[in-house]
Design a protein around this ligand. Structure first.
Ligand SMILES: Nc1ncnc2c1ncn2[C@@H]1O[C@H](COP(=O)(O)OP(=O)(O)OP(=O)(O)O)[C@@H](O)[C@H]1O
Ligand SMILES: [Mg+2]
Length: 600
């Protein structure tokens, strides 16, 4: 019930109405079906009367007469009855097909729509939400975790089957009240019993199955990512064994779920036989043999109609239960998105930077602490970076350099204080001057594709400009590498850039940042894994940009930052020295030592 409610709530009011309408039509179809069966029943009564096997019961005669059938001409009545039944059945089948088509498309489309909506919300929620879940979990939750089809499709079945059962009971009550009550009590208690026991079992297994599937995927992917380390420490088989353990868990719970699916079918069938026997015995003792046979036939006929209906009901309920455990991950994600303090609108498409964006950065009394940490990663930091100037951020590892850059870029939101890029907050700056801000992260990530796709990231392939890509590669000292390769820009670089060296990965990151011709460029450790010669070349690229763009560089390699306008030295999130390279050098003994080591 909870699963149905929360899934239904995902639909917007217009679609909720549409869904209810589709369900209503399904119910109507069930009614048509029932009507057709009733008419067939009438037909068999009238038929046996026509053949002289029995007489038409008085009340039936009355009903038929009331409905306008020529009861005195049984032959014609038969023709009418069967024609109506045929028309009803055929039109029901055609309508059912049309409605099913509509329902399937409706649910599938809503699934896609909701995936998009949640994906959009997730990507634009605060960084701590995005960081708070594993990529496997997030992907599963956004792409497949909601099970809209199973849940709402199941709901339609449940509603229409219940209506059908109520109608059927109504007809039986009219025909034989005692039998109706017996049937109802018998089947409803049977259903409740199986539902109660099996439902909980199903939910448990489904939760285990989903959880283990997601964790298993994660384990195997981690194994691939850590291949080198695991290979060296001879731990590859340990990872596979851990993965296998989770797979066995999935196997066990999947088999259980399949079994649970079959139990109702088997038990309901036996219940029908047992019920028939019980009713038979009771009738033989209590009434005449003829009446016993008549009641038995009624019980069997009604039972064989109720049974499939109950089975459909059961299988729809169990389908909902089987996905409800698995949907937990998705609904938890939605909850964390909804409770996230920050929600940001979708970012606009890249607009190239010919627009007049003259970036300066103004930081005032900035404080920041990571969620769950009590110390501040950035403390009371104020700083001005004028347009077209350059800033070097230095400091020991863990001193808050990357955090500061994340705050300047608006990836993290300040705990207090403010960051302004050209007078507006970073998020608005990105909206207004998208593409004018370039960023090379400390660890460059890649898409599983070729060089072209990895440089011009996030741009439609039809908009790629090979000339620009070559320009960027040249500036990042990567041109010769791909010029020499016969596949050129089509060279595949492998998942996570595995087919590139560490230095090449960083240089590709630089080429990517340069693609949109940024006027504010931020490099986080971008030169840390380059050899001295390549570093010099990249430094030259960077120096060529000095005073052309506003430049912020984090580097351990002091040589790279020597010629920049301003240097700040961070310690525990605070600026302890600020000024020219020489000024900072004389103020911070640690920095002086490093500079000396570098022979400066
Ligand atoms: N996502 C995070 N959640 C919690 N704490 C974090 C997170 N990222 C960084 N920190 C902590 O914040 C502090 C500053 O980290 P930051 O990455 O800014 O250092 P850094 O100066 O860039 O170091 P390095 O030179 O090694 O790159 C560190 O103590 C780090 O452990
Ligand atoms: Mg860092």
């Amino acid at each position: 019930m909870k699963q149905v409610k929360r899934t239904f709530a995902l639909l917007d009011p217009k679609n909720q109405k549409k869904f209810l309408l589709l369900t209503l039509i399904q119910m109507g179809l069930g009614f048509l079906d029932l009507l057709a069966i009733l008419i067939v029943g009438l037909f068999s009564y009238a038929g046996s009367a026509y053949l002289g096997i029995s007489v038409l019961p008085e009340n039936l005669k009355r009903y038929l007469n009331l409905l306008g059938f020529p009861v005195n001409d049984l032959g014609r009545t038969l023709v009418y009855l069967i024609s109506i039944a045929v028309i009803l059945m055929v039109s029901k089948s055609i309508l059912a097909l049309l409605i099913l088509k509509r329902t399937f498309h409706f649910l599938a489309n809503r699934s896609a729509e909701i995936s998009e909506r949640i994906g959009m919300r997730f990507m634009h929620s605060s960084y701590s939400v995005i960081n708070g879940v594993s990529s496997q979990e997030a992907t599963y939750a956004v792409a497949r975790g909601l099970h809209l089809g199973e849940t709402l499709g199941g709901l339609t079945v449940i509603i229409s089957e219940i209506t059908m059962l109520v109608l059927l009971s109504g007809f039986i009550i009219i025909a034989d009240p005692l039998l109706a009550v017996t049937l109802l009590i018998y089947f409803i208690s049977l259903y409740m019993l199986s539902q109660k026991k099996l439902g909980a079992w199903m939910r448990r297994n489904s939760a285990v199955s989903t959880d283990s599937t997601v964790k298993g995927d994660q384990t195997f992917q981690d194994g691939i990512a850590l291949y080198r380390e695991l290979f060296i420490s001879n731990k590859l088989s340990i990872v596979v064994a851990r993965f296998a353990k989770l797979r066995w868990k999935v196997a066990d719970s999947t088999a259980n779920m399949q079994l649970i699916g079959y139990i109702p079918k088997l038990s309901f069938e036996s219940a029908l036989i047992i019920g028939t026997c019980l009713v038979g015995i009771q009738q033989v003792f209590l009434s005449s043999t003829e009446s016993a046979i008549a009641t038995l036939i009624m019980f069997l006929t009604a039972g064989s109609r109720i049974l499939p209906s109950l089975l459909r009901l059961q299988s729809a309920t169990s389908a909902i239960q089987s996905v409800s455990g698995g949907s937990e991950i998705a609904f938890n994600l939605i909850k964390s998105i909804n409770t996230s303090e920050i929600e940001r609108g979708p970012r606009s498409q890249i607009r190239f930077s010919e627009l007049t964006f003259e970036p300066s950065v103004e930081i005032e009394g900035l404080n920041f602490s990571y969620k769950g940490r009590d110390n501040f990663a950035i403390r009371d930091l104020s700083l001005t970076i004028p347009t077209a100037s350059s800033l070097a951020i230095v400091g020991q590892t863990g001193s808050g350099k990357s955090t500061l850059v994340d705050l300047i870029l608006g990836i993290l939101e300040p705990t207090s204080g403010s960051v302004k890029i050209s007078g507006v907050d970073p998020f608005s700056a990105i909206q207004m001057w998208a593409g004018s801000i370039g960023y090379v992260p400390q660890v460059v990530a890649f898409v599983n594709g070729n060089v072209r796709e990895n440089v011009a990231i996030g741009i439609e392939s039809s908009d790629f400009s090979d000339d620009t890509i070559w320009d960027c590669l040249r500036m990042a000292q990567l041109e010769s590498l791909f010029k020499e390769s016969p596949t050129g820009l089509d060279t595949l670089i492998g998942e996570r850039g595995m087919r590139l060296s560490g230095g090449q990965r960083q240089r590709l990151g630089i080429a990517r940042a340069l693609y949109s011709k940024p006027s504010l460029l931020i490099l986080d450790e971008a030169t840390s894994s380059l050899d001295a010669e390549t570093e010099k070349a990249v430094a030259e690229t960077i120096h060529n940009l000095v005073h052309k763009v506003t430049l912020i560089v984090i580097a351990h390699r002091i040589a790279t930052v020597k010629e920049l306008d301003q240097v700040i030295y961070l310690e525990s999130g605070q600026i302890i020295a600020k000024g020219s390279f020489e000024e900072v050098r004389s103020a911070v003994p640690q920095f002086e030592r490093q500079a000396k080591l570098m022979g400066l």
